[in-house]
Design a protein around this ligand. Structure first.
Ligand code: FMN
Length: 255
């Protein structure tokens, strides 16, 4: 049994290599009962600020997993900041013993820092790394990916910067521009139901936004942007092997 969270398809791409029918966290979270039992149970998730997205944290806190082998695979783009250790600590807080936590570098979809047109040209050896991870999990390998003091320092520095910002700053990260035609795709790719179309135009509702950027990346008009500067407002991304309809199936809260 494998659960995943995705904004732009990287984590779903990895999940599909590990399990033919991975289960979407934004969909399963609608269930009242979150008790799961299997030989092995895993989670594939992107890394946001070196940690997993709020909804994945929530899932770990609320669910119970009856398994001998619990594992996590964390996709990131540039700097993991000790993500494996932070995820391991989170598991411990939730009473989960993780047997295996690995990280995998993929396209970085963080628009303030990266130009998607440049990111897609980099060879991050994704398929080689996935093959290694799939093999590890098949063999029920025990390992938590190594973390250095430099990684930990990077995370502390990040936390220091975050503490200078208003607590709800990220809830106001997204803005809808004039190019919006009210097609509603953004409402369907949002994992937290944080976008509605009102009077023919998308409206972003702060509060439960996961900042996954699925809305911005999937908007066919490139009408959704950020309230902070972007590296290239014209460049958007979806994992090349993942279809838009798979992101919608994973995240749509309007069903
Ligand atoms: C809000 C946000 C924060 C991110 N933070 C980090 C980070 O701290 N380090 C990093 O290397 N990549 C970071 N990324 C990049 C993603 O982890 C990476 O692109 C991931 O593979 C996206 O997965 P997805 O396509 O399944 O959504 C961030 C992306 C977003 C949207």
């Amino acid at each position: 049994m494998l659960f995943y969270f995705t904004g732009t398809g990287n984590s779903l791409y990895v999940a599909k290599h590990i399990n033919e029918e991975p289960i979407s966290i934004p969909q399963i979270m609608k269930r009242e009962k979150l008790k799961f039992k299997d030989d092995s149970i895993g989670i594939v998730s992107p890394v946001y600020g070196h940690e997993v997205p709020p909804m994945v944290k929530d899932f770990l806190k609320k669910a119970t997993f009856d398994t001998e082998y619990f594992y996590m695979v964390l996709t990131y783009g540039n700097r993991h900041g000790g993500a494996a250790e932070l995820a391991d600590n989170l598991c411990k807080e939730c009473g989960i013993t993780a047997s295996y936590i690995n990280i995998i570098v993929m396209v970085d979809n963080w628009l303030p820092s990266f130009d998607m047109n440049e990111q897609i040209l980099l060879d991050k050896k994704v398929d080689e790394h996935i093959a290694e991870i799939v093999e590890d999990i098949k063999n029920k390998k025990h390992m938590i990916s190594k973390v250095t003091d430099t990684d930990r320092e990077a995370h502390q520095q990040f936390l220091g910067n975050m503490s200078k910002m208003p607590a709800d700053a990220w809830q106001h990260l997204l803005k809808v521009g004039d190019k919006c035609i009210g097609c509603g795709i953004c409402t369907k790719v949002c994992p937290s139901g944080s976008i509605k179309v009102e009077n023919g135009k998308a409206v972003h509702i702060p509060g439960n936004c996961q900042t996954c950027l699925a809305c911005a990346h999937a908007c066919p008009q490139k009408a959704i942007g950020l309230t902070i500067p972007e590296k290239n407002p014209d460049a958007r991304y979806r994992n090349e092997y993942i279809e838009l309809k798979e992101i919608i199936e994973a995240n749509n809260q309007n069903v």
